[in-house]
Design a protein around this ligand. Sequence first.
Ligand code: AMP
Ligand code: GLY
Length: 427
Amino acid sequence: MNVLVLGSGGREHALSWKLAQSSQMERLYIAPGNAGTANVGENVELDLMDFAGIAEFVQANDVGLILVGPEQPLVAGIKDYFQARPEIKTSVIGPSASAARLEGSKSFAKQFMVKHNIPCAKSETFTKSTKSKASGFLATLKPPYVIKADGLAGGKGVVICETLKEAKTVVKDMLINGNYGDAGKKIVIEEFLPGIEVSMFVVTDGSGYKILPSAKDYKQVGEGDTGPNTGGMGAISPVAIVSREFMEKAKNQVIIPTLKGLRADGIDFEGFVFFGLMKVGGDPYVIEYNVRLGDPETEVIIPRIKSDLLHILDGVATKTLSECDVEIDERTVTTVVLTAQGYPGKYKKGEGITGLENVKDSLVFHAGTKLASGKIVSNGGRVMAVTSYGADIPGALKKSYKSIDLIDFTGKSYRKDIGFDLVKQKA
Ligand code: AMP
Ligand code: GLY
């Protein structure tokens, strides 16, 4: 089968690396891809939001399956576009725009959770016209206060405020001053949940589902989880807090009710569901849904899937997922993200990257890289993710950090403490 992967991050390199190993794979295309994906398939220049352009490519190249990496094309309706054109014989792995509202609108996600009794933080939604009521609701909560822009904000739409004064300023910034653009025209204010965060992933064909490995990512740029949020600085899988007991609770209280709720609401979902969970006193609460895999979580969960990924995706496309095996590698996998100096603020692109050929003990998944005159250069804030297997977290991390020492580019930055909290703590 010919496959097109949409995206250009470490997530898409990890997915392409895995898909390229499938016995069913014929031609693998990645759009737009990066210098790493060019080693496992063929990069093609396509705009992810130009569905007509993608359709033309798919038809010309007999692409049987499109795997959508990031959320934007899903929220914009790429699945619906192809469903409305059955003459184009391809399957889009990813949810419809209606289902993608679980990620695209925090208020929709909250309504959905409340309707289907899925545990989550107490919340209320406000717009400019109901702003005056926001202060009243804030007064019923204890600090810290959690304020979320309703729409997609590239991971920057959640603000946690220590004081009521600060919270009121953020509400005003979002609803009145427009500092968060359209995403902040509607906001969700919610109760703060104290606990440990973990990400769980499920792949579903709309009726059957398979639970994939869980992971923890490190969002903040600074060591000890300090500084501004980023797309993710590293990740670990598995996560010890996902004990057998917690997994059962997550399955029964979150995963099954979510999939059943979607079906009950007539919302078709074929693809990946990413549950951002908080473990509070042993119980799972949903912090957020994403309708795609995470980045850098994919760089640790995909290497732990032993089964043929294309076979699993084909199971989603043909609604035969329940017949597929998803075998998981027991080993621990860690990834550490190398970033350009200055990220998530201003940073330089175009720095030459050397030493990759010396890395033997890790998988290097490229993110912001490209080929320039045959040389690999940096092309984004997150440059690459260095992934390693180990018997435990310290064992895997040791390999990732050793490999990082072999890779060089001007401004190479990374967190040296990925997994710091998990190494200390027990299930
Ligand atoms: P989100 O984009 O919804 O994942 O939120 C970003 C981050 O804010 C999460 O990863 C959490 O660390 C934090 N967060 C969001 N909602 C809450 C909440 N209700 N209580 C505590 N922390 C939260
Ligand atoms: N690493 C978090 C995300 O992909 O949303």
